[in-house]
Design a protein around this ligand. Structure first.
Ligand SMILES: Cc1cc2nc3c(=O)[nH]c(=O)nc-3n(C[C@H](O)[C@H](O)[C@H](O)COP(=O)(O)OP(=O)(O)OC[C@H]3O[C@@H](n4cnc5c(N)ncnc54)[C@H](O)[C@@H]3O)c2cc1C
Length: 504
């Protein structure tokens, strides 16, 4: 049985591992941290549980499709609830928009903000659906090793029918005039790690995911989803080994033959790197085996980093929903301070997630948990005093919204930012969610899933295709496993190796 070593137990690594195991490989996942899940780990303290990273569960069918591919069903592993409102947006004191989950209520809501906006929304989402179907059906489940993969009439015809290449901002402006409605329509692409003016209108498919497919919550938190991914992997024979920091990929005669950890060299037939691509490329490989130069990486637009606070309150917090976006300052100024002139933001937008609004298991009774996320430019100098300054800035704005100062009610407090992301995940410049999906960083223009220099070395995760976010990480894991099967053959079929295999 051929042996695959997977570096990292994020969603991409776990998905790749289970998918390879289903194809007949013996698979070991090596994770540097004591807990699996990567950026989606949880942290618990004094009866409060916090999702440390992702909190928006979008595109549920991506999870379903993966579970089906490994012979499982989501509903046998965790319970999903659809949030209603999907999320709320605070535009200023006393001005909160709660986005209804129900399509008819949503259209009526748009009409109440701008005459005819409900019908415009229908048009916008109908086109977004075409892109979503095309994107999720034709584009995204491909390794994107070359443009040739996209050259077929169905796809090109479909793309030509929609507005793909102009900026998402222009696309939104073509449909709505109200400034706040426009902001609402621009918000989902922030998940892609780029500003609306630099994101192709192809990604209005994210609006379809947001408004039609909905925002969901796995009861117990994202940690339950990680548990399910680990369970499914282990059920298929994968060994998930934590506290296993990979220091080096061992390459012999141009081929990956194993990795070195504290336990010494572990040999394998192939290596799948699910850790941050930059870390693997620049730190785990010697110079002659690197696919890219440090200069190449310097020029990439990374998705933002974040300053996060995990807070437990000794009381419930009124006037907040499960997800609340504070868009009470300028998005453009904040974006410019992330992308154009990277600096600590002067008046940041921020986001709060109180999962305890939906889930009594994540906070003691009568209390509230909250994660605050302030997007910031990656690579900034991250100091305790700066974190504290932003804590008070945000708490004051929150206080204005709540009508009281929440600070005396904080009983658990932890901050998390660039330095932690670097230390915990080897995140390049402390990025939170990988490399942005800009026009020039989409598909084959992203770092390649297959090593350009080393045979038997593959990459998966948010810095390669298709991009940032949990659903793309899952897709990335499935696609890399399919690519490996295509290149090496499965263990259950007659192998058709393109390279000679080593045994462990
Ligand atoms: C604060 C925050 C909020 C987010 N919000 C959302 C959201 O709401 N919705 C959404 O869909 N997405 C969200 N994301 C993005 C999402 O979490 C990621 O895109 C996704 O989890 C990435 O998965 P991955 O497997 O590619 O990488 P990771 O989760 O980073 O996994 C990589 C793993 O490799 C390990 N590793 C690194 N180096 C080594 C080494 N040398 N040896 C062994 N192991 C190593 C790391 O410890 C890590 O466990 C958010 C991310 C953050 C940080």
């Amino acid at each position: 049985m051929r042996h695959a070593l997977v570096i990292g137990s994020g969603f991409a690594g776990l998905t790749a591992a289970a998918s390879l195991a289903r194809k007949g490989f013996r698979v070991t996942v090596l994770e540097k941290n004591s807990q699996p899940g990567g950026r989606a780990r949880t942290w618990s303290e004094a009866g409060f549980t916090f999702d440390m990273g992702p909190s928006f569960y979008w595109m549920p069918e991506v999870f379903e499709r993966y579970f089906a591919s490994v012979g499982e069903r989501v509903e046998d592993h965790y319970q999903l609830v659809r949030l209603d409102p999907s999320y709320s947006v605070v535009f200023g004191p006393g001005e909160k928009w709660a986005l209804p989950a129900d399509p008819l209520a949503l259209r009526a809501f748009f009409d109440s903000k701008e005459k005819g906006a409900g019908a415009q929304l229908d048009r916008f989402l109908a086109e977004a659906k075409v892109k979503y179907d095309l994107g999720m059906g034709e584009l995204v489940y491909r390794p994107s090793l070359s443009w040739g993969e996209y050259m077929h009439p169905g796809l090109i015809g479909g793309l030509l029918k929609t507005n793909v290449f102009r900026s998402l901002r222009k696309h939104v402006q073509g449909h709505f005039t109200d400034a706040k409605l426009r902001l609402l329509m621009e918000f989902p692409v922030l998940f892609l790690g780029a500003s609306p003016q630099n994101t192709p209108a192809l990604y209005s498919l994210m609006n379809y995911a947001d408004m039609e497919l909905g925002t969901w919550y796995p009861m117990g938190g994202m940690g339950k989803v990680v548990d399910a991914f680990v369970r499914v992997a282990e059920k298929n024979g994968v060994e998930v080994r934590c506290n296993a920091n990979v220091r080096r990929i061992v390459v012999e005669n141009g081929r990956a033959v194993g990795v070195e950890t504290e336990r010494g060299v572990e040999r394998a037939d192939l290596v799948v790197a699910g850790a941050d691509y930059h870390h693997v490329d620049q730190q785990l490989l010697s110079e002659e085996h690197r696919g890219y130069t440090e200069r190449y990486w310097d020029k990439r637009t990374m998705a933002p980093s974040g300053l996060l606070f995990y807070l437990g309150f000794d009381r419930e917090l009124p006037d907040l929903d499960h997800h609340t976006l504070f868009f009470d300052e300028s998005l453009d100024q904040h974006s410019a301070e992330i992308y154009d002139n990277p600096t600590w933001p002067s008046k940041p937008l921020f986001y709060t997630s109180c999962a305890s609004k939906t889930d009594p298991s994540v906070a003691p009774k009568g209390k509230e948990n909250m994660v605050i996320l302030i997007p910031i430019a990656p690579g900034l100098t991250d100091e305790e005093s700066t974190r504290e300054r932003y804590y008070h800035m945000v708490m004051e704005r929150l206080g204005k919204h709540l009508g009281f100062d929440p600070r005396p009610h904080v009983v658990v407090k932890r901050s998390y930012s660039i330095k932690d992301l670097q230390a915990d995940y080897n995140a390049y410049r402390g990025n939170a969610y990988g490399m942005a999906n800009t026009i020039l960083q989409t598909g084959p223009l992203r770092p390649s899933m297959k090593s350009r220099k080393v045979q038997g070395l593959y990459y998966t995760g948010q810095l390669t295709v298709p991009g940032p976010g949990v659903p793309p990480a899952i897709i990335s894991g499935q696609v890399v496993a399919d690519l490996i099967e295509k290149e090496l053959g499965s263990n259950t079929a007659t192998p058709t190796p393109k390279v000679s295999a080593h045994s462990a």
